[in-house]
Ligand binder design. Structure first.
Ligand code: UD1
Ligand code: UDP
Length: 354
C-alpha cells in the first residue's frame, strides 16, 4: 500500500483536488488521507460538500483579513505533527496557493516526497500573479513528481532543469470537475456575462478600473446582464459595492456553489475574470474570456484574451466582443487545450506506478 496525503485548503485547489482524491480512493493499492488547511472556510466547505469528500484533518487556519505570513506559519505549525504521525509516501499539493507552498515546505523539511498537481504554470513575473508566481516556483524547487496540465507547462519545468522522467503531462483536473457539475440542463440564455475578480494585485486602483469599465458597458447595452458572484474578501467587496451597487444590469451575489457557478458559466455569453481556474473552465465550455490581468500563465487557448486593467482598454475590448461576431465565433470555437476530463485517472495511474 502506498500512503498519500492530499493537502488543500482554498476554493480553487479543492475544486481541482477533489476529483483526484475520489479517483485515488477507488485504487486498491493506495490509501489516501485528506488534510484541509482551512485557508478558506465557507468557500472550501461548499466544494468538499459537493464532491462528498471528507477530511481526516482540518487545520482551520482562516481568520478574517488574514495576512500571508499568518497563513504560512499556521499551516507549517499545524501540518508538521500530522506529517510526522502519518508518514505518507507522497504529499500531494496543488497549484500556487499559500496552502500549497507551506505544505510543500513542511514536507520538504521532513524529507517527504512532494507531488505537485497543476505544476509548471508560469508568467516569469514574480509580482504577477502575486504571491502565486512565487508559490508555484517554490513548490517546483521542492517537488519530486510534477503533474503538468499541458505540454507548455512541462516545457517550463524542463527549462528550469527538472528531470523529464518525473514530469508528466496529464491535463488539468478542473476539466474532470466539470463532469460532476455540468449537466444537460445547462444551456445558453441570452447575453449573460459572468464576472469574477479577486486577485490581490488587482485590489485598489486596478479593481476600481475594472468595475468602472463594467459599469460603463452595462449602462450602454440594454441586452446584456452581468452577474458577479463576489469573493468574500472585504477589500474586494467594498470596491464592488461602491462602484456597481446601484447598477441595474449588474447583479452582485454571494459566491455561488460550484454546481450553480458552472451552470451559469455554461449559460453565459462570455466571461470577464482575473481568476485562473475560470479561464480553463470557460475554455472547456467554449466561452470567450477577457482576462482582467497584466499577465496570464494560461497561454495555450485562443478563447482567452488578455485585456489588462486599464479602464478604457477593457471597455474597448468588451464592446468589441459584444459587437464583432467574427471575433466572438473565433474565440468561442477555439479548441480546448486543458484536458479531456481524465487527468485524475492519469495521475492515479502514475502514482500507482512510481
Ligand atoms: C486565495 C489564494 C489565491 C486564489 C484564491 C481563490 C493565496 C495566497 N491566494 O486568495 O491564489 O486565487 O484564494 O479564491 O493562497 N474569506 C472568507 N471566507 C472564505 C474565504 C476567504 O471570508 O471562505 C475572506 C477572509 O476575509 C480572508 C480573505 O477572504 O482573509 C482572503 O482570503 P485569502 O485566502 O487570504 O486570499 P484569497 O484572496 O482568497
Ligand atoms: N467558483 C465558484 N463559485 C463562484 C466563483 C468561482 O465555485 O462564485 C469556482 C470556479 O468554478 C473555479 C474556481 O472557483 O473553479 C476558481 O476559483 P478562484 O477564482 O477563487 O481562484 P483561482 O482559480 O483564481 O485561483
Amino acid at each position: 500500500m502506498k500512503k498519500i496525503l492530499a493537502v488543500f485548503g482554498t476554493r480553487p485547489d479543492a475544486i481541482k483536488m477533489c476529483p483526484l482524491v475520489l479517483e485515488l480512493k477507488r485504487r486498491e493499492s493506495i490509501e489516501v488521507k485528506v488534510c484541509l488547511t482551512g485557508q478558506h472556510r465557507e468557500m472550501l466547505d461548499q466544494v468538499i460538500g459537493i464532491f462528498g469528500v471528507t477530511a481526516d484533518y482540518d487545520l482551520a487556519v482562516m481568520r478574517e483579513g488574514q495576512d500571508l505570513s499568518d497563513i504560512t506559519s499556521k499551516i507549517i505549525d499545524g501540518i508538521t505533527p500530522i506529517l510526522q504521525k502519518e508518514k505518507p509516501d507522497i504529499v500531494l499539493v496543488h497549484g500556487d496557493t499559500t496552502t500549497a507552498f507551506a505544505a510543500a515546505l513542511a514536507a520538504f523539511y521532513l524529507k517527504i516526497p512532494v507531488g505537485h498537481v497543476e505544476a509548471g504554470l508560469r508568467t516569469y513575473r514574480i509580482d504577477s500573479p502575486y504571491p502565486e508566481e512565487f508559490n508555484r516556483r517554490a513548490v517546483s524547487l521542492i517537488s519530486t513528481f510534477d503533474f503538468a496540465p499541458t505540454e507548455a507547462a512541462k516545457a517550463n519545468l524542463i527549462g528550469e532543469g527538472k528531470a523529464p522522467e518525473r514530469v508528466f503531462v496529464t491535463g488539468n483536473t478542473v476539466i474532470d470537475a466539470l463532469k460532476y457539475t455540468v449537466n444537460e440542463a445547462s444551456h445558453s440564455s441570452g447575453r449573460l456575462v459572468l464576472l469574477t475578480a479577486h486577485r490581490r494585485e488587482n485590489i485598489g486602483e486596478p479593481m476600481r478600473n475594472i468595475f468602472s469599465a463594467v459599469k460603463r458597458v452595462a449602462e450602454k447595452y440594454d441586452d446584456i446582464k452581468i452577474v458577479y458572484p463576489m469573493h468574500p474578501n472585504p477589500a474586494v467587496r467594498s470596491i464592488a459595492e461602491e462602484i456597481l451597487g446601484d447598477c441595474d444590469r449588474v447583479e452582485l451575489t454571494e459566491p455561488l456553489d460550484l454546481v450553480a457557478f458552472h451552470t451559469l458559466l455554461a449559460q453565459s455569453y462570455c466571461v470577464l475574470t482575473d481568476s485562473g481556474g475560470v479561464q480553463e473552465e470557460a475554455a472547456a465550455l467554449g466561452k470567450p474570456v477577457l482576462i482582467l490581468r497584466d499577465t496570464t500563465e494560461r497561454t495555450e487557448s485562443d478563447s482567452l484574451m488578455l485585456v489588462g486593467t486599464d479602464e478604457d482598454n477593457i471597455v474597448r475590448e468588451f464592446e468589441r466582443l459584444l459587437e464583432d461576431e467574427e471575433l466572438y465565433n473565433t474565440m468561442k470555437n477555439a479548441p480546448n487545450p486543458y484536458g479531456d476530463g481524465n487527468a485524475s485517472a492519469r495521475i492515479a495511474d502514475i502514482i500507482e506506478r512510481i
